[in-house]
Design a protein around this ligand. Structure first.
Ligand code: NAP
Ligand code: ZN
Ligand code: ZN
Length: 352
């Protein structure tokens, strides 16, 4: 298969910084769209993958799955987009398209394994996929999103992961006018969860460990902010929420949040992957018919629905634009929760 060499930023090992490197992109096949990447958001999953926090990272690793850009080439059978269109690519670049999940627009739960935008199995070139910290990407049109033209393009990029990851549970648990929703952690996912829940008409509460994020939480649309380390404040919202979206990336005690669920309420974990400690107390679950759930990103149709909703409601991410060369420092700041509220890489910096 014919390929082109493009510039990218990635890392060769878990304990090494990201550096500039060359990667290969396939030439467009009949169904492919080639996109010149203009902006790429920086998700905490990029950091987890670069540093092999979850195990299984293949190196060199080129992260990035919040991609927006311009279509530069399309294959002969492509109908969804044309050269010059704005386009987005999120966390999925392929799936089996045959299993029950794929047939129901739930590619993220493909029973034969979806192909991640990075660190996935590359069905075309062999090896593994490389993400959006690069000049170009080539993706089958089914997995390419249309981007509303009325929004700030750089601030749209984070919708492709942080947006859809919080939108999907809001939709699945049927959040709407009058719903009481809480969000744990004010980072990339958390701030999008507030904006999207608010956009759907919910009453929104933010749980944060960081007192100086309180005003930001309110400015983003939260009706109240609860400092999660303050026992009195936690007590004031016992039994309140229909849905809690917990975005915390590291192991933490979820029992205090379960207490704040209403009867039939659900806490959905989207951040931390792994065993919980201390143990989850089942008493409030049983006596309150409460649920603890998980959720991963969202399907392609649902991602398009979210982008269209954001276009209609003028919702974008709060961003700090960085150069590609600043990525290692950005990761360190992300580890200190010092991002307000998403870094977005200006990909023009890679070409310098
Ligand atoms: P982020 O921007 O770093 O935000 C995480 C927030 O969690 C922080 O701002 C902080 O908020 C809080 N936090 C951080 N460390 C904490 C700790 N040790 N204990 C308690 N709270 C802590 O990260 P993100 O990009 O939003 O991603 C969040 C997590 O979701 C990551 O693990 C990421 O891999 C995962 N993720 C999952 C999916 C999915 O499909 N399920 C998709 C994308 C990302 P406060 O300062 O307000 O407390
Ligand atoms: Zn992500
Ligand atoms: Zn499938």
């Amino acid at each position: 298969m014919k390929t082109t060499i493009v510039k990218a930023f990635g890392t060769k090992a878990a304990d090494k910084p990201l550096i500039q490197m060359d990667i290969e992109r396939r030439d467009t096949t009949a169904k492919d769209v080639e996109i010149e990447i203009l902006y790429c958001g920086v998700c905490h999953s990029d950091l987890h993958t670069a540093r092999n926090d979850w195990g299984g990272t293949k190196y060199p690793a080129v992260p990035g799955h919040e991609i927006v850009g311009k279509v530069t080439k399309v294959g002969s059978e492509v109908t969804k987009l044309k050269v010059g269109d704005l386009a987005g690519v999120g966390c999925i670049v392929d799936s089996c398209r045959e299993c029950n999940s794929c047939e129901h627009d739930l590619e993220q739960y493909c029973q034969n394994g979806m192909t991640g935008t990075y660190n996935g199995k590359d069905k075309h070139l062999g090896g593994h996929t490389f993400g959006g910290y690069s000049e170009k990407v080539v993706v089958d049109e089914h997995y390419v999103l249309k981007v509303p033209s009325n929004l700030n393009l750089a601030a749209v990029a984070p919708l492709l992961c942080a947006g859809i990851t919080t939108w999907s549970p809001l939709r699945h648990w049927k959040v709407g006018k009058g719903s009481k929703v809480a969000v744990v952690g004010l980072g990339g996912l958390g701030h999008m969860a507030i904006k999207l829940a608010k956009g759907l008409g919910a009453e929104v509460t933010l749980f944060s460990r960081t007192p100086d994020k309180k005003q930001d939480g309110l400015d983003l649309g939260a009706n109240e902010v609860i400092i999660s380390t303050d026992a009195e404040q936690m007590k004031s919202v016992r039994g309140k929420f229909d849905l809690i979206i917990d975005t915390v990336p590291y192991i933490h005690d979820i029992n205090p949040y379960v207490s704040t669920l209403s009867i039939n309420g659900t806490i959905v974990l989207v951040g931390y992957l792994g065993g919980l400690e201390p143990f989850l107390n089942t008493v409030p679950l049983i006596l309150g018919r409460k649920s603890v759930a998980g959720s991963v990103i969202g399907g392609i149709a649902e991602t398009q629905e979210m982008l269209d909703f954001c276009g209609e409601h003028n919702i974008v991410s709060e961003i700090e634009i960085i150069n590609m060369q600043d990525i290692n420092e950005a990761y360190e700041r992300m580890l200190k929760s010092d991002v307000r509220y998403r870094f977005v890489i200006d990909m023009a910096s890679l070409k310098k």
